[in-house]
Design a protein around this ligand. Structure first.
Ligand code: E8X
Length: 592
């Protein structure tokens, strides 16, 4: 799916701004709220989560549907074009109505969807209504507990008594980030000529000093395809005709981590044209190494979140720019889009800035239900949707040079039901490989501690592991934590695959200090990383360290969380903790 752009053949109308908003009271659909202006609605900003925009418990704790409305008019000069309505992301489920009629529905909160509205728009004002559901369950990704009782995988024995209390319907996410909801990314209307370019797939390779770019252009309607490649100085460096072909860029400048170089493929088809940026780079796994442009690459970076004051999980471009700037300040080179695909705008920025991305689907929370004989993998009704999100993610992000690996899940159970886990994930791993024309490595992020039983993580191209010795286990005892970690590393060394740590960390209250490393203090967080890193540094098969987390972030309320998850090396408003200075120093000096 192409990103939206305005150019000489395409116009864009951005619907960002203040919309009307109202939580469903259970009668919204029945009373046809989508067909006329909402009564007693609030003014909310789009794109952003609705949860934190007003001081209302109902906004914070809502479970179910909510209604958004805005009006728009398409200028007369555009109506002879094909007109498309596109959403960057609506979390988690959307039903879209135009002038009262349902025009599209979408499941999954982190990927774009669009629908043609050419023949549905009125001459004058149009009423757009988006109903949004934030419900998570056994059949959504991310996963929630159907009855809203368990958190962090514990099976509640109190279900019956809670039912007797007749609690209201509520969400119980099985993941450690606030279940923000709403229209999270831009809503735009764009036009194309009636015959148009539908998709562009670019598959770059390197041969000697040259870039070799295979391409496929998908078009609708009649016309001839032309492709021109421009370098950053807008000089034509290659040209071709036809829907598929191969372009040679002589003496190509490579897209390198930290040193991005972007070419543009200018595709024309009849009256339509589209400029697709791309980089010439290769990615592969060889032995125990992760190679970018045939050179060993070592990941230095983070797991992150899309999370900020007021916006919640809504797109925040100023913050994206800030975060990349902070990454560069730290001499970091990469992050993982834990635990869902990030905005297209962030991916575009990473392409330009040379930041390397592990691109993750929203498959988090597949790790509970073991006490129930029908539980676990038998209970999750996610397989079909899981295939869909992998497919849609690869379709959206395939051309990004910043993406070097796909992550098909975070911390699913791979040990309590090892064979079931393998049976569930192996076909998804194969699917990702099959769909990606660049055949990038595929991984899954594993977490449990009975790693000897795990047959799924070792079947991935890179073994990615989250570890919390010294925090969740052996809490506070960094000496034993180090020993336990070292024992584990001796095991992974025998598997002879590239291995990286994708999460490790300690909750830390900014401003809390202690001479000795006491849990929750800034000194403890720093010492924790010093101990773990000294072990990572002893092994050649380690291809990266991504700490948890870049910044503090909001979570569900609970005894484990003091105003959210505090494992950031920055606070939520991006003030450094001691560990940020420690990593800056470490990564600046790093030889890897
Ligand atoms: C944590 C992280 C959480 O925020 C992230 O989304 C997934 C968690 C650790 C799991 N990984 O809690 O800070 C630790 C399990 C320990 C047995």
């Amino acid at each position: 799916m192409l990103y939206i752009k305005s150019n000489k053949s395409r116009a864009v109308i951005d619907l960002s701004g203040i919309w009307q908003f109202k939580l469903d009271d259970g009668t919204g659909f029945e009373n046809n709220w989508m067909a006329r202006p909402l009564e007693y609605a609030d003014n909310l900003y789009v794109p952003a989560s609705y949860n934190d925009q007003q001081e209302k418990l109902a906004y914070r704790d809502h479970c179910g549907w909510a209604f958004y409305q805005c009006t728009f008019t398409v200028p007369q000069m555009l109506v002879n074009n094909r007109v498309v309505l596109r959403f960057g992301a609506v979390t988690h489920e959307a039903r879209v109505y135009l002038n009262g009629l349902l025009i599209t529905e979408h499941k999954g909160g982190f990927l774009p969807f669009e629908t043609e509205i050419t023949n549905r728009i009125n001459d004058g004002e149009n009423l757009l209504c988006v109903a949004v559901s934030n419900r998570v369950s056994y059949s959504t990704l991310p996963v929630g507990n159907e009855h809203g009782t368990a958190f962090f995988g514990s099976e509640s024995k109190d279900l019956e008594s809670i039912r007797m209390l007749k609690i209201r319907d509520r969400n119980s996410p099985n993941f450690d980030f606030f279940n923000y909801a709403g229209i999270h990314r831009p809503v735009k209307i764009y036009t194309t000529p009636k015959s148009y370019i539908k998709d562009i797939v670019l598959t770059p390779d390197i041969e000697g000093a040259d870039g070799v770019v295979k391409y496929t252009i998908e078009c609708q309607g009649e016309g001839q395809v032309n492709v021109i490649i421009l370098d950053e100085n807008k000089r034509v460096v290659a040209e071709s005709k036809g829907k598929t072909g191969c372009l040679i860029i002589k003496d190509a400048k490579l897209w390198e981590p930290g040193n991005a170089y972007l070419y543009q493929a200018i595709v024309t088809f009849g009256d339509d044209c589209y400029e697709q940026e791309f980089g010439v780079r290769t990615v592969e796994v060889k032995g125990t190494q992760f190679l970018i442009n045939r050179k060993p690459f070592y990941f230095k970076g983070f797991g992150k979140h899309e999370d900020s004051d007021f916006y919640g999980r809504g797109m925040n471009q100023a913050l994206n720019v800030k975060d990349i700037s902070l990454m560069k300040w730290l001499h970091a080179n990469s992050f993982r889009t834990s635990h869902y695909p990030y905005s297209e705008e962030m991916m575009n920025l990473c392409d330009r800035e040379g930041i390397v991305v592990i691109d993750e689907v929203p498959a988090v929370g597949l790790n509970f239900g073991w006490n129930d004989p029908e539980g676990g993998y038998a209970k999750f009704k996610t397989t079909e949707h899981h295939r869909e999100v992998i497919q849609d993610l690869i379709e959206r992000d395939k051309n990004h040079p910043c993406v070097v690996m796909w992550s098909i899940a975070n911390e699913p159970d791979t040990e309590k039901q090892p064979q079931e886990a393998y049976n569930y994930f192996k076909p998804l791993y194969d699917l990702a490989h099959q769909l990606d024309s660049q055949n990038r490595p595929v991984t899954l992020v594993a977490c449990q501690n009975d790693y000897l039983r795990d047959i799924t993580a070792p079947a991935m191209d890179v073994i990615c592991v989250n570890r919390y010795y010294g925090w969740y286990e052996l809490s506070g005892d960094l000496e034993l934590a180090g020993e336990a970690f070292k024992n584990e590393m001796e095991y992974w060394q025998k598997i002879k695959k590239p291995w990286m740590i994708t999460e490790y960390g300690a909750d830390t209250i900014s401003g809390l200090h202690s001479v000795l490393p006491n849990m929750w203090s800034e000194e403890f967080q720093t010492e924790f990383y010093r101990v773990m890193n000294s072990i990572l540094d002893q092994y050649d098969f380690v291809v990266g360290e991504q700490l948890w987390n870049f910044a503090d972030f909001n979570t569900i309320q609970g005894m484990m969380r003091v105003g959210g998850n505090k494992k950031g090396i920055f606070t939520r408003d991006r003030k450094p903790k001691l560990a940020a200075h420690y990593f800056k120093d470490r990564w600046e000096k790093s030889q890897r």
